[in-house]
Design a protein around this ligand. Structure first.
Ligand code: SF4
Length: 51
């Protein structure tokens, strides 16, 4: 069942099927920057690579 994520372009993720996220929920964190000022400073921590 797809999550509320409207679209995810990370096809390499285990949860991604046809650009839909099938994780029950996702956790989004800073990508390492001290101050988050744009989307590029964020990342999905729920990502796991496809086998
Ligand atoms: S877990 Fe994160 S990276 Fe993986 S499909 Fe969902 S939103 Fe995309």
């Amino acid at each position: 069942m797809p999550s509320s994520v409207s679209r995810c372009g990370i096809e390499e993720c285990h949860y991604n099927k046809n650009f839909e996220c099938n994780a029950e929920g996702i956790e989004v964190l800073s990508s390492g920057t001290k101050k988050v000022k744009k989307s590029a400073h964020t990342m999905c921590d729920t990502f796991i690579p496809k086998q």
